[in-house]
Design a protein around this ligand. Sequence first.
Ligand code: AOF
Ligand code: ZN
Length: 376
Amino acid sequence: MSITPHDERFMAAAIRLSRWHLGRTATNPSVGCLIVRDGVIVGRAVTALSGRPHAETQALAEAGALARGATAYVTLEPCSHHGRTPPCSEALIAYGVARVVISVTDPDPRVSGRGIGMLREAGIEVDAGVLEAEGRQSLAAYLTRQTKNRPYVTLKFAVSADGMIGREGAGQVAITGPEASAQVQALRAETDAILVGIGTAIADDPLLTVRAPGLQSQSPIRIVLDPSLALPLTSKLVETAREVPVIVVASEEASLLEAEGGNTPADAAEMESRRAALEAAGVEVVHCNPYHPEVLLPALATRGISSLLVEGGAKTARLFLEAGLIDRIQLYQAPVVIGEGGIESPLDATDIPSGFAHTGTLMFGEDRLDEYERGL
Ligand code: AOF
Ligand code: ZN
C-alpha cells in the first residue's frame, strides 16, 4: 500500500500528541502513537512522563483486541531492545497489527533499523518517512543529542523597536508583553535547561523558572556561565537552588583565570571559598571553560540534557552564535522604545547568520515572533 493523505493526517495527529510530553521524558524522546482501525482511532498514547512506558505499548493496551489488523502510526521507529519493558516491536507483533507507519527512523544504535526489521520479518507492512520533516522537528532535541552528542540549542531574545535588548544598569526591562511572556513560559517548560551569562545573572537577577499556572513543576535546570564564581549568594537563582537546580559553570582552574584576567594566586583561595559557599547553598559548581560551548555542550548532553535555551545576554548569545552552536533562533520584536542607555541587540532580523531558514512568524499581542532554524 502506498502513503495516502489519511496516513499524513493521522501522522500529523501523532506528532501533535507527541509534543504533549516534550521535555518531560528525559532522556527518552517523547513519541506519539495512534492505533487506527477502519479509519477510527482506537488507541492513542504519548511516551509516559520520565520515559517509560513507551507510547506503543500504552496505545496497544487501550486498543486491546481492536489492534488486530489495525494500522499503528508512530512518530519514531518502534524500539527493538529490552529496557524496563520488552521491545515495542514485539508488542505490535503480538497484538496482530497489520501495518506500521513511521515518521522518523531511530538513530539509537540499539534500535536503528532493527525495529523495522523485526516488524517486516513478522509480515507486518512498514512505511517509514511519513511527514519526516515535521517528525524530525518534534524529535529535534532527542535527535541532536543522539547524533551530535550535544543538546539542541535555541537562542531566544527580545528586541525593542530601536534595536535594544535592555537598558544599562536598569535590571530587567520589559520589552515584550504578557502574551509573549506566556509563550516563553511554555517554551521553557518543554526545555531541559536554560542558560545565561553572569552579566545577565547579576544585572537582571532573574529566576528563570516556569511560573505559568499548571506548568510550575516543569522548570528547566538553570545554568550560569560564571568564570570567577561571581554569582551573589543573595541572587534569586541561588536562593531557589534547592527547589530548581542551578549549575554554575566556572573556569577550570585558577591558572586559567590568571591567563585571562591577571588574577593572582590569592584568587584561587577566594574562588575556593566562593565555591564552598555556593555549594552550601545547593548550587552545583562545574569546572569547564565557560567560553568554549563546544566543550560545555557535550558535557551537558552526557548529563542527559537534550535541549538548551540560551536566554541572555548579548555576550553569551554572540559566544554561541560565533561557535555555530545555535540550532534555532526565536526573535521577538516589540513596539517598545528603549532610547537612552540602551543595550544593543547582538542580532536583528536583517543579519540572521547564513544557514538559517526563516520558518515562521507569529504575533503575540503587539509582539512579533520570527523563528529561524538550521537543518538538523
Ligand atoms: C519507542 N517508543 O515511546 C520511545 C522510544 O531507556 P529505554 O529502555 O526506555 O530506551 C530508550 C530508547 O527507546 C530511546 O533511545 C529510543 O531509542 C527509544 N524510545 N521508543 O519505541 C517510545 N520513547
Ligand atoms: Zn519502545
